[in-house]
Ligand binder design. Sequence first.
Ligand code: MN
Length: 297
Amino acid sequence: MAASPELTGAREAKVGDIAVRRLLPLRHRRTVGAWCFVDHYGPMSVDGVAGMQVPPHPHIGLQTVTWLLDGDVLHRDSLGTEQMIRPGQLNLMTAGHGIAHSEESPDGHDPRLHGVQLWLALPDRVRQMAPAFEHHADLPALGLDGFEVTVFAGSPAGAASPATVHSAIVGAEISARRHAQARIPLRPGHEHVIFAALGAATVDGAALTPGTLLYLGTGHESVTLAAAEGSTLFLLGGEPLGEPVLMWWNFVGRTPDDIVEAAQDWGRGLRFGKVAGPEWEPLPAPPVDAAMLKRRR
Ligand code: MN
């Protein structure tokens, strides 16, 4: 029998000037499937202001999943990629051994901004892989009893995302075009989280509004989702990763040495390459406390 669902609240955090709701990691739950980081920001007005301005910074050992509900963001990375992203599209950046990127509201940007920034931990067998970037403008969507389900990762309910991922996962945006109720099929071998980005919903009776995360352990065949018209939810899940990860700043490693070496390489201008585009002072890594990393591990 499946354990009862668990509701947790977001921590308030800042990414540059942008206030975010940090829903994952939790102190007692570092990963859900391979998902190891969930930030939700907006909806907010960025009319007449700089908006998102995240200077070049490095990543290792993860994939970043960028998804917008409103607005536009320009991504640049050290592979030479320059890619605008808009709602309903996926930017998937694989850090592997190391990549650097910047994210900004472009000149003449949309007055609104609303999105999620998600990370997937790469399993140990591929975490040192070469970096890569994919943009997907065309993703499978299916109707489900008044919901529109857009699949950006994995293949729930028979729709398969073209995105390259490295573990058994699911990632989908679920929007209610009217007041809607449906049974959402789940894989019992997967654990899942569901959160609302807009509006209000219930999942098997548990109330969800923005800033709240619902965790469902393995063993669920489905959940009943009910949502008010105009609500948007996210379903993320996967096979439990089964590997302890060590997350620090923008790095996902396994040992304190992984983190210390990545921070040193970034400080020395090694490994990560240079982000294409105009000159922009890169973000320095915070000081590494190796003893703290050993304790956390
Ligand atoms: Mn980043």
